[in-house]
Design a protein around this ligand. Structure first.
Ligand code: TYD
Length: 135
């Protein structure tokens, strides 16, 4: 059986009477040292994003507010997962085409990455991606 495309991790949450505090740290849910954090928010109704893969980049996606559906494709199989909790993280490695759909208006999607932004690491054409992963 091939490895699952969707790699979900449980983010430790420390709750008390004041509310919650969630932690993503190296050696905990983060299997890599973070060199960049960005977040996607204020997404307009009906907009989908992503439509690319990375050659090397590793990322952890956490939907800290609202919800979003991530679709992952490895060139053969497609799997979809809804992120709707700040206690859930989605690890995405290289060689996965990703699309983001169904953003709720209050969605804040935080992304932790192991490298700085580099357009040369992107594959933005789906056919080129399929050629990249299938050789
Ligand atoms: P892009 O990766 O295309 O967004 P998405 O795939 O989520 O639709 O990025 C949108 C724009 O933001 C693009 O012009 C590149 C720029 N950008 C940066 O400058 N730094 C970053 O870290 C990221 C993720 C994007």
């Amino acid at each position: 059986m091939s490895a699952p495309l969707v790699q979900l991790v449980n983010i430790p949450q420390h709750g008390d009477t004041r509310g919650k505090l969630s932690v993503a740290e190296l050696g905990g849910v983060l299997p890599f040292a973070v060199r960049r954090v960005y977040w996607i928010h204020g997404t307009k109704l009906g907009v989908s994003r992503g439509f690319h893969a990375h050659k090397k980049l590793r990322q952890l996606y956490v939907c800290v507010s609202g919800s979003v559906r991530l679709s992952l494709f490895d060139g053969h199989r497609e799997e979809s997962v809804v992120l709707d909790s700040s206690a859930k993280g989605l690890l995405i490695g290289p060689g996965l085409w990703r699309e983001m759909h169904d953003f709720s208006p209050d969605c804040v999607l935080m992304v932790f990455a192991d490298a700085e932004y580099d357009e040369a690491d992107y594959i933005r054409d789906r056919e080129a991606f399929i050629r990249h992963v299938t050789g």
